[in-house]
Design a protein around this ligand. Structure first.
Ligand code: SF4
Length: 89
């Protein structure tokens, strides 16, 4: 069985690509490039699922980077929605 990490679009790339630092237009451009890479990644949903499992209950200050095509606050909102749905069912 192949580990999804082996098929990651970001494998072998500079980690800073998916954990950009800074501010302003240059920072936003980096964020969008990372997201574009993620959305072209064939294991995006595996990655997002992993990120949601790992980061969902983690303090906001500890959540970083682009994973599964989403920014930390976006992942947190998805996690919250999934949690609410589970509670309602
Ligand atoms: S979705 Fe993005 S962060 Fe996740 S494995 Fe693919 S390229 Fe890497």
């Amino acid at each position: 069985m192949t580990d999804w990490h082996d098929q990651a679009q970001c494998r072998g790339t500079d980690p800073e690509t998916f954990f950009p630092a800074g501010f302003g237009a240059r920072y936003l451009t980096r964020i969008e490039r990372a997201k574009d890479d993620c959305w072209a990644c064939q294991v995006r949903l595996d990655c997002l699922d992993d990120a949601l499992n790992r980061e969902g209950d983690t303090a906001a200050s500890m959540r970083h980077g682009i994973r599964g095509g989403l920014e930390p606050d976006q992942r947190w909102r998805v996690h919250q929605q999934l949690t609410e749905r589970k509670a309602a069912s």
